[in-house]
Design a protein around this ligand. Structure first.
Ligand code: AMP
Ligand code: MG
Length: 334
């Protein structure tokens, strides 16, 4: 392999269609996105989102190449998010990546989206082998690296944190994603309304919180107070299972990644907790907390450098592809 590998990555697992370029020497070169927004009060409709992705794909990829200062000939491999995600959306990214790989005569590299969040987080924060809290629209998991894979030490049994906040916001008539608006509403309140707090073993459950929050809203409680109470309750359960995992592993690094990592109140609660364990806290920079091509391009580079690629004919998409089944040949066992 040549001195400075450069990889183009395509992300399309849910609402975001994004293309990014990374290089072994420079790290992240550019990341271009176009995000599908559903109508007010609605969640992501997979077919509608895939039509959005199809419409913007060429423009986004071209803009990525144009802003990178590179030419097509500089691209050594094309990485795509193989899963997990929404089937129709994943297929648009896969078709785009296959087309590019075939026309450029370059290898195609499959990437697990969740692994992508973690590897990009490590690149951008400098964490090396952290305990990871992955909190997004698709995931709520505490994971730790051991013997070649990320191992799950706690996860949600039903809704993810992102789904909880999005479904709460949609109940008030907002369009997904609603996390930022829920955070703004919560910041205007300090009145706690009692909600179910559910930790089972080291797993969390959020569906009871959502049902109770909807009932409180229907009963006329101010929505700001409902948002505040949902955040306090759901974040406290998340911090509790993260702290238990930290005590168990003794890890000296905690990194939080995924779209919900943008939430300031959660960061504050996590920072307070890690201070009790002499552990360093890393939060992925705001711009890269949510879905983006950079997570696919960077993980694609790590994977390709370790010999991972896939024949175009085998490059299916995997709507369900658990993080703890993905081999990580680029991570050496300690
Ligand atoms: P991802 O799936 O990684 O793109 O993350 C998207 C999720 O992050 C959605 O569920 C958003 O509502 C959520 N999100 C984005 N910003 C915030 C925020 N400031 N606070 C809480 N959740 C957020
Ligand atoms: Mg994500």
């Amino acid at each position: 392999m040549k001195g400075d590998l450069r990889v183009l990555g395509i992300e399309s697992t849910a609402h975001t269609f994004s293309a990014a370029l990374v290089s072994e020497k420079k790290g992240l070169i550019c990341d271009v996105r176009d995000i599908y927004t559903p109508p007010e009060g609605s969640g992501i409709h997979p077919a509608e989102a895939s039509i959005h992705h199809t419409t913007v794909a060429t423009k986004v990829v071209r803009e990525a190449i144009d802003t990178s200062g590179l030419s097509w000939a500089d691209v050594d491999a094309v990485a795509y998010a193989m899963g997990p995600g929404l089937g129709p959306c994943l297929r648009v990214g896969a078709v785009t990546a296959r087309t590019l790989a075939l026309s450029l005569g370059k290898p195609l590299v499959p990437v697990n989206h969740a692994v992508g969040h973690i590897e990009l987080g490590c690149l951008l924060t400098g964490a090396t082998s952290p305990l990871v809290l992955l909190i997004s629209g698709g995931h709520t998991m505490v994971v730790s690296y051991s013997s070649g894979m990320w191992r799950v030490l706690g996860e949600t049994l039903d809704l993810t944190l992102g789904q909880l906040l999005d479904q709460l916001g949609r109940y008030a008539g907002w369009a997904s994603p609603c996390g930022r608006r829920v955070e703004e509403a919560a910041s205007r309140s300090h009145r706690y309304l009692r909600l179910p707090y559910t930790v089972k073993g080291n797993d969390v459950s959020f569906s009871g919180i959502l049902t109770a929050a909807k009932r409180l809203t229907d009963a006329g409680e101010p929505f700001d107070d409902v948002c505040f109470s949902v955040q306090e309750t759901a974040f406290a359960t998340t911090v509790e299972v993260t702290e238990r995992a930290l005590a168990f592993t003794g890890n000296k690094e905690l990194m939080v990644v995924g779209g919900v990592a943008a939430n300031k109140r959660l960061s504050e609660m996590l920072s307070t907790m890690v201070a009790r364990h002499s552990t360093k806290f890393y939060a992925v920079p705001l711009r890269y907390s949510g879905d983006c091509g950079a997570q696919i391009a960077w993980t694609g580079l790590l994977a390709y450098r370790s010999g991972v690629s896939i024949a175009v004919g085998d490059s299916v998409v995997r709507q369900s592809w658990r993080l703890d089944t993905v081999p990580l040949p680029w991570r050496n066992d300690a």
